[in-house]
Design a protein around this ligand. Structure first.
Ligand code: THU
Length: 158
């Protein structure tokens, strides 16, 4: 028998400790929450991704009355970025969310399993780690790679 131990490295910063570029990405993720379409959950999620040329692309959750047909903010942003700029690597993604009370969540918003899988493939596709920033009013979690969100991901086909 052998044991595999996976360590996950998460830096937790106060908003005031973010670098200029991190702060810019956060502001875009927050702004994107206001453009989400979430009439069923009233949970508005915004995602902003930084591309290798420095530009930022945003997305948000898009719901549908046939619930599974909707899509999370992270995948909306990543798929849009990859469809519009297939040759630009995605370097970072920042996520923010507002709940029923309209306020940004206190706890950092954490991506669902499907989005983690997509992030992992984005890393593989561009051959570089995808930095993940998860915003909450209590603090911002920063991970240097999506691998930290999905240590034993499905990669058989990629
Ligand atoms: N949602 C996201 O957009 N991203 C996440 O990381 C978690 C959940 C969306 C899906 C759905 O529209 C709403 O939030 C409630 O689950």
């Amino acid at each position: 028998m052998k044991e595999i131990v996976n360590e996950v490295h998460i830096v937790c910063k106060d908003e005031s400790e973010l670098s200029e570029s991190e702060h810019e990405l956060l502001k875009e993720a927050q702004a994107a929450t206001w453009r989400s379409y979430a009439p069923y959950s009233n949970f508005s999620v915004g995602a902003a991704v930084r591309l290798s040329d420095g530009s930022i692309v945003t997305g948000n959750n898009q719901e549908n009355c046939a619930f599974p047909s909707g899509l999370c903010a992270e995948r909306t942003a990543l798929f849009y970025a990859n469809s519009r700029y297939p040759d630009l690597a995605v370097e970072a993604i920042c996520i923010a969310a507002r709940g029923l009370d309209g306020e940004f969540t206190r706890v950092p918003i954490s991506p669902c399993g499907g989005c983690r899988q997509v992030m992992l493939e984005v890393e593989h596709r561009f051959g570089r780690p995808l930095k993940v920033m998860m915003y909450g009013t209590d603090g911002v979690y920063i991970l240097q790679s999506a691998r930290d969100l999905l240590p034993v991901g499905f990669e058989e086909l990629v």
